[in-house]
Design a protein around this ligand. Structure first.
Ligand code: PDD
Length: 287
């Protein structure tokens, strides 16, 4: 069934939505994005996603084509028009099209940003059976650029990482730089040792996950111990549990890293509890 999507101020059937071949998102990967999940027809962590989007735009000196209120309205309209109960909303903003290819940024007063949003229906998103079994990851070298805190559309290497994982018979990849795990291809990485939750500290090396922020807040509220520091693959392989977080997967247990079983090889109690708390609280706070 054809979706209704949003492009530069218009709601259109997906077949009719068009962006210029000169768009800098297409030519230069000069764009940023957000993925917000929808549960029970409501937006999860919307404020966090909009705040991070504003920061990404600011860091890249890119004009914001809509206010936070307008973005909320567009998200809600797309949820309603497409009848989304559970799923995701993808939003992308690029530096637009100046009608030719040029490395130099166009003047934003002359060339408006391009904004595109579309929905992805995922019935039963929160009941993904994979969360009951856990997933396997491989480790690969992190050769992405140095500003991973900006959520840009430069996703070639993360895509290659997922393909490397697939080829190796695993589900996903964790990225390693200078011997330490940075994050997953599209998620933040954690281990649990003696009840303590360990995840890399925030810096320009990783994306500041919105789910990460919420999960760590809930963990601390539940009196769980949290340590924000980098860890190695060897430490992760000897941990009691491992998991990752993202807007689309929530809290996902990892049961194997580079072929080595983690803990009992089944999802651990900390990841299971955090998933439950995150889903409960997010549903309550969803807008
Ligand atoms: N990915 N790290 C990276 C590299 C990511 O791409 C993502 C999100 C995260 C988790 O961030 P959040 O909790 O705000 O979703 C961490 C999205 C879901 C994607 O690319 O589809």
């Amino acid at each position: 069934m054809s979706r209704t999507v949003y492009v530069n101020g218009e709601y259109l059937p997906e077949e009719e939505a068009k962006v210029s071949i000169f768009d800098r998102g297409f030519l230069m990967a000069d764009g940023v994005y957000e993925v917000t999940s929808v549960l029970d027809g409501k937006l999860v962590d919307f404020d966090g996603h909009v705040r991070r989007l504003e920061r990404s735009l600011k860091e890249l000196d890119m004009a914001a084509p809509a206010t936070a209120e307008e973005l909320l309205e567009i998200h809600r309209e797309l949820v309603a028009r497409n009848g989304i109960e559970d799923g995701m909303i993808y939003l992308q903003i690029t530096r637009g099209s100046a009608g030719d290819r040029d490395f130099v940024f166009p003047d934003p007063a002359v060339t408006p940003s391009t904004i595109v949003l579309f929905t992805q229906a995922k019935p039963g998103l929160a009941d993904n059976p994979v969360a009951k079994q856990g997933i396997s990851v491989i480790s690969i070298e992190d050769i992405r650029w140095g500003r991973r805190d900006i959520k840009t559309v430069q996703l070639l290497y993360p895509s290659m990482g997922k393909m490397m994982a697939k080829k190796a018979g695993a589900d996903d990849a964790w990225l390693v730089e200078d011997g330490k795990v940075t994050e997953g291809t599209s998620n933040n990485a954690y281990i649990v040792k003696n009840g303590r939750i360990i995840t890399r500290e925030l810096s320009t090396d990783i994306l500041h996950g919105i789910t990460r922020a919420a999960v760590l807040r809930f963990a601390r509220e539940a009196q769980m111990e949290v340590e924000e520091r980098a860890f190695t693959i060897e430490e992760a392989q000897q941990a009691d549990e491992a998991f990752f977080t993202s807007a689309s997967a929530f809290v996902m247990p990892v049961v194997k890293i580079d072929g080595v079983q983690i803990g009992t090889g089944t999802p651990g109690p900390v990841a299971a509890r955090l998933r439950e708390i995150y889903l409960d609280e997010s549903r309550k706070a969803a807008v």
